[in-house]
Design a protein around this ligand. Structure first.
Ligand code: GRF
Length: 205
């Protein structure tokens, strides 16, 4: 896998910013080959431009099928030598065709401790449920939503008196630390996938 990242976004791009910052301070040895948004108004596009990273808007609208859209994404990423795709608030489900183009090389960040609370806007249902601990997960992407092998997780407390927004903000701070760490681990190699599990180190004897 090359150390060239492709980052897919749809909005704010604060996780993209965390990756840009980790690269610029030298704590992550990688480069971002391209940032792609499916929405032209995504704030993250400006963050990429500020960092001198190439940006592309590839709208999901108007394609005959999801696979056609995904093939356009794959073509843009492979043309730029991307070896690891990082989904950072990209609000689209990817088809198996996309995932097969980057075997075990698509990462996603999710604002809950998976497998609890998969799906959209996970911080709010977790808070509503009254959980005492929540957190963030970075996982390899498989065709099943939010269900791929877990690379790293971080937990945060949910305190009495917290609003759902307080919890979301606490999780987001952890996300920003966690995503660069997960990328470092995946690029570092020496891991494998056993069933659902992401396993580091040498195989057990
Ligand atoms: C984050 O909470 C991430 O976990 C989820 O979408 C949000 C994206 O935020 N997948 P940002 O665009 O990185 O600021």
């Amino acid at each position: 896998m090359t150390r060239t990242l492709g980052v897919l976004i749809s909005g704010r791009g604060s996780n993209l910013q965390a990756i840009i910052d980790a690269i610029s301070v030298g704590s992550l040895d990688a480069r971002i080959g391209v940032v792609i948004s499916n929405r032209p108004e995504a704030q993250g596009l400006e963050r990429a431009r500020q960092a001198g990273v190439e940006t592309l808007v590839i709208s999901h609208k108007g394609w005959p099928s999801r696979e056609d859209y995904d093939r356009a994404l794959v073509a843009a990423l492979t043309a730029r030598g991307v070896g690891l795709v990082c989904l950072a608030g990209f609000m689209r489900l990817l088809s198996p065709a996309f995932i097969e183009a980057f075997p075990n090389a698509v990462l996603n960040i999710h604002p809950a401790l998976l497998p609890a609370f998969p799906g959209l806007d996970a911080q709010h249902p977790a808070w509503q449920h009254g959980v005492k601990i929540s957190g963030a997960t970075v996982h390899l992407v498989t065709p099943e939503l939010d269900a791929g092998p877990i690379v790293v997780q971080a937990a945060v407390p949910v305190l009495d008196g917290d609003t759902a927004d307080d919890v979301a903000a606490r999780i987001l701070r952890e996300e920003h630390r966690l995503y660069p760490e997960a990328i470092r681990i995946v690029l570092g190699g020496g891991w494998r996938v056993e069933g659902r599990r992401f396993v580091r180190g040498s195989p057990a004897r």
